[in-house]
Design a protein around this ligand. Structure first.
Ligand code: GDP
Ligand code: MG
Length: 598
């Protein structure tokens, strides 16, 4: 009766509250990882995760726990990201579990993503086990945090587990509480196979590796499986669990979380959220799957080397397997050639995707400034959705432009209410409501244009509130707005990849600032480069990059050789991310300059 001794749980929390470190301690205490192989945040195994100190991908591991009740339990632990851009990873993880450890920093208390993740867990009918971590900190106040969990989230917290993931204090109790509080998986071993794909990754040897949770039945090597969304069948070549490296098993059965390979080579065949069953003994109903997720921002992505267009497509397809929230379609730019319009859940997501494509697939990319979707009603009665500023129709054809709005929830200590309001107002925000969550915390709701928050809103919010504000948002719909398209011309030629959409009230000011900025970014060339910003036919700002005089190393000849080499190096490195646009060489930063508000 193996099923009775399985516990499946996710660890969720606001960013930096200690999820990955708690996972470390659990892996250590259950001897899942030998001491000599232990590293901090060991489940953050991607280079980008280690360098940035954040979790980007969910990570599922199996471990064995010898409980005080005398039984050995199989735990499947899923560590999840905390940043709002990756909450899709969290919701997918939760669908594979019966319980969630809700980790809250004992000094920081409940934050916006604590609440957002707790609600996700509630929506998935999970048992929530509150954990107050970092109790070793001098500023820790677990009694206050207990109250916050009860008042702000509505989860009983008198029995919250108190831990210091740093020292290991409380982790032994936490393991026992997982046994007693998280329910064993339901499901029927004798029913036909029903398994949920909650993640996947492309492996050049084994093909697609599917991360699955088995809800009914079992699966083993040689079984013929069927993907229920498209009816495709494959023969299973391997099943196993991550512990934390892949460990092959004879079979996976009801309640298990593990992986399946089946020589799946065409990446389009698999979709996270799909249900797997057996071809000759199929289950009747697929699982509910995941709601489709819509990107928030779109950006053009081009290979520096245009001949790598097909490589870029293949890489995007493979990466999409491992990141189901990624969306793309082909687009062409006069300036940049053939590329893709790629949709992202936010700017951190965009940054991570660009970096993964460059690192994991060896591409050099140029990305254009991100833009939101605009809904445009034309005078001829048609409606357009544009995700690319260069597709904006002529002003004379436009009846109305609508932009996506968000409901932003900003949580701050009450002393910072003024600072938050000032910032939100300057970003075209409309105040909605303000609630006291307890004596100290205020939840401020603003309606804000999505375009105003995607870039540096969160950074500004943090700096205006000394880091105390936390923030969460949802798109609520489209509303009429007064936007104009700004074109940037280099030597009188408009560069489509540099155009952007801006609110009319800010247009002149932005035009001037961007022209100045580009002047500093575009290097000198053999000839003068005139930079202009224009709305329609009207030039609103201009500037000039003077012609190039001599080789940069010229004045150094006979001089300091190391300095000369440094300069040459710098030039070489700089070149990688340059693109010839007409006759003008433009560096990558130029395409992002339109974003920066100052
Ligand atoms: P995550 O973003 O929730 O996964 O958080 P991490 O596990 O990456 O931890 C964020 C930071 O908090 C890291 O620098 C950890 O070393 C630190 N940290 C985690 N747990 C504790 C703890 O119990 N006490 C203290 N003092 N620091 C901790
Ligand atoms: Mg983490």
């Amino acid at each position: 009766d193996k099923q009775k001794y399985i516990r499946n749980f996710s660890i969720v929390a606001h960013i930096d509250h200690g999820k990955s470190t708690i996972a470390d301690r659990i892996l250590e205490m259950t001897d899942t990882i030998a001491e000599r192989d232990m590293e901090n945040q060991i489940l953050d195994d991607m280079d980008i995760e280690r360098e940035r100190g954040i979790t980007i991908k969910l990570n599922a591991v199996e471990l064995k726990y010898q409980s005080k009740d005398g039984h050995t339990y199989t735990f499947h632990l899923i560590d999840t990201p905390g940043h709002v851009d990756f909450s899709y990873e969290v919701s997918r993880s939760l669908a594979a579990c019966e319980g969630a450890l809700l980790v809250v920093d004992a000094a920081q208390g409940v934050q916006a993503q604590t609440m957002a993740n707790a609600y996700l867990a509630v929506d998935n009918d999970l048992e929530i086990l509150p954990v107050i971590n970092k109790i070793d900190l001098p500023a820790a106040d677990s009694a206050r945090v207990q109250d916050e969990i009860e008042d702000m989230i509505g989860v009983p917290a008198e029995d919250a587990v108190l831990t210091s993931a740093k020292s290991g204090l409380g982790i032994a109790e936490l393991l026992e509480r997982i046994v007693s509080d998280v329910p064993a998986p339901a499901g029927d071993l004798n029913a036909p196979l029903k398994a949920l794909i909650f993640d996947s990754v492309y492996d050049s040897y084994r093909g697609v590796v599917l991360s699955v949770r088995i809800f009914d039945g079992k699966v083993k090597i040689g079984d013929k499986i069927k993907l229920m969304s498209n009816g495709k069948t494959f023969e299973v070549t391997e099943v196993g669990v991550m512990s934390p490296k892949a460990v092959p098993q004879d079979n996976l059965s009801v309640g298990d979380v593990g992986y399946i390979t089946a020589s799946i080579k065409t990446v389009q065949d698999t979709r996270v959220g799909d249900t797997i069953t057996l071809a000759d003994n199929p289950t009747k109903q697929p699982l509910q799957g995941y709601r489709k997720i819509t990107p928030m921002v779109y950006s053009g992505m081009y290979s520096v080397d245009n001949s790598k267009y097909e490589d870029l497509r293949e890489s995007l397809e493979k990466l999409q397997l491992n990141d189901a929230s990624l969306e793309f379609e082909p687009e062409t730019s006069q300036a940049l050639g053939f590329g893709f319009r790629v949709g992202f859940l936010g700017l951190l997501h965009m940054d991570v995707i660009q970096e993964r494509l460059e690192r994991e697939f060896g591409l050099d990319l140029i990305m254009t400034a991100p833009s939101v979707n605009y809904e445009i009603n034309l005078t001829n009665g048609e409606q357009l959705i544009i995700d690319n500023p260069s597709k904006m129709p002529d002003i004379s054809e436009i009846k109305e432009i609508k932009e996506p709005m968000v409901r932003a929830e900003i949580m701050v200590p009450k002393d910072y209410v003024g600072a938050v309001m000032e910032l939100a107002q300057s970003r075209r925000g409309h105040f909605d409501t303000m609630d006291y969550l307890d004596d100290y915390h205020v939840n401020i709701i603003y309606k804000l244009p999505l375009a105003e928050i995607i870039y540096d809103f969160f950074d500004d919010l943090k700096s205006n509130t000394r880091g105390f504000a936390s923030f969460d948002y949802q798109i609520t719909g489209y509303e009429p707005t007064d936007m104009v398209k700004m074109d940037i011309l280099l030597n009188s030629e408009p560069v489509d990849a540099l155009s952007f959409i801006v609110h009319r009230d800010f247009a002149y000011d932005r035009g001037r600032k961007i022209v100045q900025k580009l002047k500093g970014i575009i290097p000198r060339q053999q000839f003068e480069v005139a930079i202009q910003a224009a709305i329609g036919n009207k030039i609103v700002a201009r500037s000039t990059v003077k012609a190039y005089r001599k080789d940069v190393t010229g004045p150094l000849y006979g001089g300091d050789q190391t300095r000369k080499n440094k300069l040459l190096d710098k030039q070489k490195r700089g070149k990688k991310r340059m693109k010839d646009v007409g006759s003008v060489t433009v560096p990558q930063e130029a395409f992002m300059a339109v974003l920066q508000s100052d």
